[in-house]
Design a protein around this ligand. Structure first.
Ligand code: ADP
Length: 545
């Protein structure tokens, strides 16, 4: 017997409809590419989104066609996002920090018909345009601009395009499994691969992401997604914001600490999200201008491990609760988030901090397990001790990459994340490392993340990466590549000594190399592959000297 309840497809347009209907005057604050601020609200976001959906229709777009964006987090990007997915097209968000060859590859691989771009990326558009012959329309996300018009023949301007269209538009109804958006992995190894999300996966992830043990979002929140909309859809926040009807503060191009501190203080941001390198900049800037970030109650840190010293500073200096989260492009990305349970209530603050430093536990809708490859992919116990390959399955986890016939899953239907982790009985995941970043010394594994956390806990260190250097006797030994904090006079011996009471002696790095900068990936993570290429032979060199 079937249940006798209504069926409605879970569609992205329904999120915007809800926000426009029940949170119509809730503000959306957006920093534009030229530095000015636009204040709008869910009603106007919805109206412009409908105008742009009409415009896409007029350009002859058909269901399933890909429309790409190369843009900052701003209101025009938000409007066009909803227009693209809502009207049945696929919103392909492109990371502008990729190399031009990678950009060309993914635009052609996705077969994008339209590209929307912010003026900042005009040089990039000029460089890739000759190599992407299937793109029919370029639309600059601005009012008419003579420089852009001179540089790109036949370019269109978003403000002009939507001004010609009506705000009357009926969002179409279709199967909830229809593709909604496309996001490529950053491809640190090999060519980038596309994760193709569906309306259903996106809406279900939004429910899960809003819950109290996830981001704990409500209509009373003022949310600043610093994480870009091209980095796994800003971790789903623009969808969750519409679902709960909160205010969004969209930071545009200003991702430096000073700009973010000013935005948080001026617009009374209650929750902000970003990768650790963003927070590093913010903490320096807040200190410099003497701001206590009084309204910021929660911050979400993911993408790379949150250094313990950072979480402590947010707690002790800013009275801000850090939610550590883990995920990846293939998991939409919410895989786990860290919130305590009632049994932790009696613990001391430092014991709680210790638990909150783990990557957290999965929300309802996803399951995780660890397996041991050498034991034939056998599932390992969730005892918080045994480590193995972290695997995941659930409603918003990839099944197959875009354009590929083969499944992306194990034979029994799990996605292998490439991360090495432990899981405890409560489901708390402790990520040891990415499999390829682990350091193998004399047959024993050393976690690069653990070494980095210790190094970054030293007050005289601004940033540190731990990598494997080739060693004649031990195969690999850990070395640290570090940036000193401002005005710091720390020496190699001093930093190495700092490790001595924190880890076993054989895990202490062999060398520290101080540098002025560490290369970052397109999503702000330390590019350890490049560091390995540059510094991987230093131990061999010092031997021959
Ligand atoms: P990329 O593969 O391009 O870095 P993702 O943004 O999808 O793209 O990165 C996913 C990876 O980032 C995860 O597999 C994991 O190794 C790492 N990661 C994400 N969140 C965390 C976290 N909280 N702690 C440690 N590592 C993390």
């Amino acid at each position: 017997m079937q249940g006798r309840m209504m069926f409605q497809s879970l569609l992205i347009s329904s999120l915007l409809k809800h926000a426009a209907r029940y949170h119509s005057d809730t503000e959306i604050i957006s920093k534009n590419t030229d530095g000015t601020i636009t204040k709008t609200d869910w009603t106007h976001i919805s109206e412009n989104s409908k105008r742009f959906a009409n415009a896409l229709n007029a350009l002859g777009m058909q269901q399933g066609d890909r429309v790409a964006t190369i843009a900052w987090n701003n209101h025009r990007h938000l409007e066009s996002w909803y227009a693209i997915s809502g009207s049945g097209l696929v919103c392909h968000t492109i990371n502008p920090r990729l190399f031009p060859e990678q950009l060309v590859f993914i635009i052609n691989d996705a077969n994008d018909r339209v590209i929307l771009f912010d003026k900042t990326f005009l040089p990039l558009i000029k460089a890739v345009k000759p190599h992407v012959p299937n793109v029919e329309h370029f639309i600059c996300l601005s009012a008419f601009d003579q420089d852009v018009a001179d540089a790109i023949p036949d370019v269109k301007f978003y403000d002009v395009v939507i001004a010609e269209q009506s705000a009357e538009y009926e969002w179409p109804e279709f199967d909830e499994n229809t593709a909604s958006s496309l996001c490529y992995t950053s491809g640190t190894t090999g060519n980038p691969k596309g994760a193709l999300y569906s309306h259903r996966s996106t809406v279900l992830q939004s429910y899960a992401g809003a819950m109290p043990d996830s981001l704990n979002l409500s209509a009373r929140d003022i949310m600043l997604p610093v994480v870009p909309m091209f980095h796994v859809n800003a971790w789903g926040t623009p969808y969750i914001a519409a679902m709960v009807g909160c205010t969004l503060v969209l930071p545009g191009p200003g991702l430096d600490g000073a700009s973010l501190t000013a935005l948080i203080d001026e617009y009374k941001v209650t929750i902000a999200l970003g990768v650790p390198t963003i927070w590093q900049g913010l903490l320096l800037a807040a200190k410099a201008v003497n701001s206590s970030l009084p309204t910021l109650k929660r911050n979400v840190i993911g993408g790379s491990a949150c250094p313990p010293a950072m979480m402590k500073t947010f707690r002790d200096v800013y009275d801000c609760e850090t939610i550590h989260a883990w995920g990846m492009t293939e998991t939409s990305p919410l895989g786990s988030l860290n919130q305590l349970k009632s049994k932790h209530n009696a613990l001391s603050d430092d014991e709680k901090l210790q638990i909150r430093l783990s990557q957290g536990r999965p929300p309802f809708g996803v399951e995780v397990r660890i397996t041991e490859q050498e034991k034939g992919m056998v599932e390992q116990p969730n005892d918080g001790n045994t480590s193995g390959n972290l695997q995941i399955r659930g409603h918003w986890i990839i099944n197959a990459y875009y354009g590929k016939n083969e499944s992306a899953l194990t034979e029994d239907g799990w996605f292998d994340t490439g991360d090495i982790a432990t899981i405890d009985a409560d489901g708390f995941i402790n990520l040891q490392d990415r499999a390829k970043d682990l350091i193998k010394s004399g047959g024993e594994w050393i976690s690069s993340v653990e070494l980095e956390n210790i190094a970054m806990g030293h007050p005289k260190i601004a940033m540190a990466a731990a990598i494997a250097a080739i060693h004649r006797k031990w195969d690999e030994r850990p070395i640290i590549i570090a940036i000193k904090a401002q005005d710091s006079d720390i020496t190699e011996a001093e930093l190495l000594d700092y490790f001595s009471d924190k880890i076993a002696k054989w895990q202490i790095p062999d060398r520290v190399i101080f540098v002025d900068s560490i290369p970052l990936t397109g999503t702000g993570k330390m590019l350890k592959k490049d560091l390995r290429e540059q510094f991987g032979s230093v131990l061999l060199e010092s031997e021959t000297n």
